[in-house]
Design a protein around this ligand. Structure first.
Ligand code: GLU
Length: 551
C-alpha cells in the first residue's frame, strides 16, 4: 500500500466505493436522445428568489426541454447559516409561477423526483467522500490542520511580502507533513480540512471554451483550495465537480461571477480523470443608476426579488418574455413574426445568449408586458386582474368578481384587431383603466376645457336624442346632427379649413360626452362603453355632470 492509499484509508475509513463504480452502477449515462442536454438550477434555499435566479432557471429550463433533455433542481445548502425553513418549496413554487418546471429534484414536500439524487447537497456527504478519497489516493488532496489563526497569519505575512496571498506552493505547510505527523494529528482528533494539491504554478495559463463567450484564457489555478470543510461538507468548487459529474449534467449554466473559479474546477475534473461539462456563464442583471451600472441588489432594489413582479401585477408570461428579450436579441423579431405563439415556441439557443451585462429596464418591461396583455383574451385579462386584485385591491376584486361577465365585456372593448390598445401593462393598471365602469370605484375625472355653457348646451341636446340601443352609425349620426345647431362643424376637415367659422368640431362635441360619461378624454370605443353602461347609468351620469357645470 502506498502512502497515499494509507492516508486515504485513514481519512475515509467508511468509503468503500470508487467514483468509477458510482458512475457505472448508480449514476450511469442517461438514456436520452442524441443532442439532449442536461442542465441544473442550483440555488441556495435562502427563501429569496432573485430576478437573476429566474433568468438562470429559465435558461436551464429552455436548454433542457427544447433539446428533449432533463432539467434538474439541486439545492445548494452547504451554508446552513443562510438557509430558511420552507426555502425549497418557495423556490419550486416561485419558479413554477413563471412556467419554469423541473424534471428532477426535491419537487414535492418530502419527496425527491429522479434517479440521480439525492438532490439536496447536505444529503450527499457520502458521495463527496467517495471522490475525496479518490483524490487523496491519487496524491491530489491532503488534510490540512492549520487553524484559522495560522491561516490569517500566513495571509498577513504574504501581504507584507507582496506575494499572492493564499495556501499555495511552499506556503502550503501541510502539503508536506510526514505521514506519521498526519496520523498523530488524526489520532489526537485535530480538526482538518481537505485541500487540493494543486499541480499549477503561478503564471501558468488555462484556456477553455464558454458556450456564451467563446474561448476564455486566464491564469491557471495554483492554490490548494479547500475541498471539504472540517465538518466533511464540501465547498462549492468540490460539490460542483462531484454533483455535475454524478448527475450527468452536460451544460452548466451559472452566473458570470463563477468564471473566476473555473480554472479550479477544470483542474479538479482533470485530476479526477473526468470530462468537464460545457460551461455557459450568464450575464449579471445590472441596474443603471446616476449614469453608472451596478448589480441589481437584493438589499437596495425591490425589483431584484422575483416576487416584486407578481405583487406589482405583471403577468408571469410578461416577465418571462422580458427576460427572453434580454437574453436573446432574436426574441423580439420572433415575437413580431409569431404574435400568437406561446413563448415556449421560441427556438431558444444557448449560444445566442447575449454575453454583455444585461441592463434591467422597467420601461422595457412595461412595454413588453403591455404587448403580452394586449394579446390576451378579455377573459384572460379579467381572470388575471381578478386574481391579482384578490390579494392587492379589495374594492377592485369585489367589483370584478361581482359580475364576471360584465368584467369580461369591459375588457373586450377594442381588444384584438390590428392595433390593440396597450393601456394595461400590469394588473395594478386595471383600476385606473376600468374604474369608470363601476360607480363604486369611479374616482378620477379629467377636466374638459370647453366653456361650461357650451358643454351644457351639448349635453342638454344630447340627452334628448341618445338611445343606448343605437348601433354605432346611428349613434355617431346623432352626435353629428347636434353639431350645426350648436355652431360646431360636423366635419373635422371643414373645421380645419375655416376654424373661425365654428366653435369647434364634432370631435369636441363627442369629447364632452366622453368626459361626462367616463371622466376621461381618451377611452376605448365610446359607443361600446355606453352600451355596456346602459341607458339609465348614462343618463344619470350626464345629469350628474350637468349639475357640476352649474356650480
Ligand atoms: N449555488 C450557486 C449559486 O447560487 C450555484 C452556482 C451554479 O449554478 O453552479 O450561485
Amino acid at each position: 500500500m502506498s502512502d497515499f492509499d494509507r492516508l486515504a484509508a485513514l481519512l475515509f475509513p467508511d468509503v468503500t466505493e470508487t467514483p468509477e463504480e458510482l458512475l457505472e452502477t448508480r449514476f450511469p449515462p442517461r438514456p436520452l436522445p442524441e443532442g439532449a442536454q442536461v442542465t441544473r438550477f442550483a440555488p441556495s434555499p435562502t427563501g429569496f428568489l432573485h430576478l437573476g435566479g429566474v433568468f438562470g432557471a429559465l435558461v436551464d429550463e429552455r436548454t433542457a426541454h427544447l433539446s428533449k433533455g432533463v432539467c434538474i433542481l439541486r439545492i445548494e445548502d452547504t451554508d446552513k447559516k443562510r438557509e430558511i425553513e420552507n426555502g425549497v418549496p418557495l423556490i419550486v413554487e416561485g419558479l413554477s409561477a413563471f412556467g419554469i418546471r423541473f424534471d428532477e429534484g426535491p419537487l414535492a414536500a418530502c419527496a425527491e423526483t429522479g434517479a440521480y439524487g439525492p438532490y439536496i447537497q447536505s444529503r450527499r456527504a457520502p458521495l463527496y467522500h467517495v471522490f475525496a478519497k479518490e483524490l487523496v489516493r491519487r496524491g491530489s488532496a491532503y488534510p490540512c490542520f492549520c487553524t484559522e489563526e495560522e491561516i490569517a497569519a500566513l495571509r498577513a505575512a504574504q501581504e507584507a511580502q507582496g506575494v499572492t496571498p493564499g495556501y499555495w506552493g511552499d506556503y502550503a505547510r501541510c502539503r508536506t507533513l510526514a505521514p506519521e505527523t498526519v496520523e498523530e494529528n488524526l489520532r489526537a482528533g485535530k480538526p482538518w480540512v481537505l485541500r487540493l494539491r494543486s499541480p499549477g504554478k503561478p503564471g501558468e495559463r488555462v484556456k477553455f471554451r464558454d458556450v456564451v463567450r467563446g474561448e476564455i484564457e486566464m491564469e491557471a489555478n495554483f492554490v490548494d483550495v479547500v475541498l471539504l470543510k472540517s465538518d466533511g461538507i464540501p465547498t462549492y468548487h468540490f460539490a460542483h465537480v462531484v454533483d455535475d459529474t454524478l448527475m450527468r449534467v452536460t451544460q452548466v449554466v451559472r452566473g458570470e461571477e463563477w468564471i473566476a473559479s473555473a480554472p479550479i474546477h477544470l483542474q479538479l475534473f482533470w485530476l479526477l480523470g473526468l470530462k468537464p461539462p460545457k460551461y455557459c456563464h450568464t450575464p449579471t442583471i445590472m441596474k443603471e443608476e446616476n449614469g453608472s451600472k451596478r448589480k441589481l441588489s437584493k438589499r437596495k432594489d425591490p425589483e431584484a426579488a422575483a416576487g416584486y413582479f407578481s405583487d406589482a401585477g405583471y403577468p408571469a408570461d410578461a416577465v418571462v418574455e422580458y427576460l427572453l428579450s434580454v437574453a436573446n436579441s432574436l426574441f423580439e423579431d420572433w415575437r413580431r413574426q409569431n404574435p400568437q405563439a406561446p413563448w415556449q415556441a421560441f427556438p431558444f439557443r444557448l449560444n445566442k445568449l447575449s454575453s454583455s451585462g444585461a441592463l434591467f429596464d422597467l420601461d422595457k418591461l412595461n412595454s413588453v408586458s403591455g404587448e403580452v396583455v394586449a394579446r390576451m383574451s378579455a377573459a384572460q385579462v379579467r381572470d388575471g386582474a381578478t386574481a391579482w386584485a384578490e390579494k392587492h385591491d379589495g374594492a377592485l376584486f369585489a367589483a370584478l368578481a361581482a359580475d364576471p361577465s360584465y368584467a369580461e365585456k369591459l375588457f373586450a372593448i377594442d381588444r384584438g384587431g390590428k392595433k390593440p390598445r396597450k393601456d394595461i401593462a400590469k394588473w395594478s393598471d386595471v383600476r385606473a383603466y376600468a374604474e369608470y365602469f363601476y360607480d363604486a370605484l369611479w374616482q378620477t375625472r379629467e377636466e374638459e376645457e370647453l366653456a361650461p355653457g357650451l358643454q351644457k348646451q351639448i349635453l342638454d341636446a344630447y340627452l334628448q336624442v341618445f338611445d343606448c340601443a343605437d348601433d354605432k352609425d346611428t349613434w355617431f349620426g346623432k352626435i353629428r346632427a347636434l353639431c350645426a345647431p350648436l355652431g360646431f362643424s360636423p366635419d373635422v376637415r371643414a373645421y380645419k379649413a375655416a376654424p373661425e367659422q365654428f366653435k369647434g368640431h364634432v370631435g369636441d362635441v363627442s369629447a364632452v360626452i366622453r368626459v361626462a360619461l367616463t371622466g376621461r378624454k381618451n377611452t376605448p370605443d365610446l359607443h361600446a362603453i355606453m352600451a355596456l353602461l346602459g341607458q339609465a347609468r348614462c343618463t344619470a351620469r350626464i345629469r350628474d355632470y350637468l349639475r357640476t357645470l352649474e356650480n
